[in-house]
Design a protein around this ligand. Structure first.
Ligand SMILES: CC(C)(COP(=O)(O)OP(=O)(O)OC[C@H]1O[C@@H](n2cnc3c(N)ncnc32)[C@H](O)[C@@H]1OP(=O)(O)O)[C@@H](O)C(=O)NCCC(=O)NCCS
Length: 178
């Protein structure tokens, strides 16, 4: 079963994410980050056990990011990751958001879910705000992938850009000055 995450799930979500982060497959998450972003998260639960998680973060009117997708190492290859990404499709449809993106090393997995590789610089700057916390920020090797939900109508976008002037986005040069 997939359901929205609650505070009770957070320690287990952290355990699953950080077990993969230790192997360099994704970024570590602190409890503070997870509580702050909790409304973005869904979990996969089986017989009372949380076996996977995913987050869907809204970037802009026409773009949301699939984040923190992780399946318990003992339960990979059972279709749980696919179901979690499908939850993000349903959630994006509920919100009328047409495009989903992911920054990932799992190109084949996301291709099976109809994501396509896009140039990294085609994504708005806002997407890169996590980079300051990434140990690989000097040589980022993640692949940017996008999936368009064709059945969601195109919205008329506000004139402003996704990274408004005057809003502080922690870009890399800024981080290095500290
Ligand atoms: C990537 C991950 C989420 C996939 O979850 P999963 O539950 O193991 O994957 P599923 O069983 O749902 O696989 C769905 C399909 O993708 C394929 N697939 C899964 N992982 C794959 C991989 N690494 N390479 C190629 N194909 C893969 C499966 O074979 C399956 O194909 P099918 O539909 O033809 O049978 C999981 O392995 C994981 O947690 N990895 C570590 C963390 C990570 O890299 N997260 C992604 C961050 S963006």
């Amino acid at each position: 079963m997939i359901r929205s995450a609650t505070v009770y799930d957070v320690p287990r979500i952290q355990e699953i994410i950080n077990s993969h982060a230790e192997l360099g497959r994704m970024l570590f998450k602190s409890l503070a980050q997870l509580y702050e972003d909790l409304r973005d998260f869904a979990v996969y639960e089986e017989e009372g056990q949380i076996l996977g998680c995913v987050g869907l973060t809204i970037i802009w009117a026409d773009l949301a990011e699939v984040r923190s997708l992780a399946v318990d190492g003992n339960h990979q290859g059972r279709g749980i990751g696919k179901k979690l990404v499908e939850w993000t499709f349903a959630e994006a449809r509920r919100l009328h958001i047409r495009k989903l993106m992911s920054l990932t090393y799992e190109q084949r997995f996301f291709e099976k879910l109809s994501f396509e590789v896009v140039p990294k610089d085609s994504l708005p700057l806002k997407v890169w705000s996590d980079c300051v916390r990434c140990p690989k920020r000097e040589g980022c090797d993640e692949i940017a992938m996008v999936r368009v939900l064709e059945d969601v109508p195109v919205v008329e976008l506000p004139a402003a850009t996704p990274t408004p002037k005057g809003v502080s986005i922690p870009v890399l040069e800024y981080a290095e000055e500290d």
